[in-house]
Write a protein of this length. Sequence first.
Length: 257
Amino acid sequence: MGRVKYLIAGNWKMNKVTSDASDLAKEIQHQAGNQTAVNVVVCPPFTSLQSVSNLIKDSNVQLGAQNMSAESSGAFTGEVSAEMLRDLLTNYVILGHSERRAYYGETDEVVNRKVHAALENSLKPIFCVGETLEQREAGQTLSIIQDQIKSGLIHVTADKADSIVVAYEPVWAIGTGKTATPEMAQEVHSEIRKQLSELFNADVASKIKILYGGSMKPENADELLAQEDIDGGLIGGAALNARSFCGIIESAIRLSA
Ligand code: 13P
């Protein structure tokens, strides 16, 4: 069986005012919006979702958000619901990013509620897991990831699970210029696949895309994406520039041929 289509997603984090976000989206649309070999997703800040949505709507670039509320509506000042994201033609939503877990106290339980809210509203969760440096050095990497997956995906049924995307982002590799070696990443990805197979079934596990994130750039994309269980990337810094982001997309296109 061939591998699933690669998914290359850009997490712009808290960067780009609307005019800059539009410029970047236009450039990505121009360079990668016509190809169909690879799925491309951009995740701008909430303030630019509408304008980026308008710019990419007729292209092969899809829209993602970086977070959302677990609640559906009501008195939750400052929050954004799944329905609001769908209304802007958002397809994906990043959930449980390590920055949200570390700085905003998001627990596995909250992340799990958000995963359910996303699935109920036909948004595809990009569900993030990853260990800290301390945990890796203590030999706890696999048990930490397994716990995050088990708790984050509790009560998700096999019929809904194949629209989930899992992103493995070792916390020590995010924004640090340190990348997991392809072998280190592959080891974790294959364990994740095994666990997904146990949680759901082998067929569903083979359809769930597992992305790598953490200092991915055009220079290291080829060897990471060539790994059997690496189905794409969740890119931070290198996604803020069309040339480097599209360079990673080109790697994925080459490897798909
Ligand atoms: P960097 O690519 O900047 O390391 O960020 C990765 C990330 O956190 C994507 O969500």
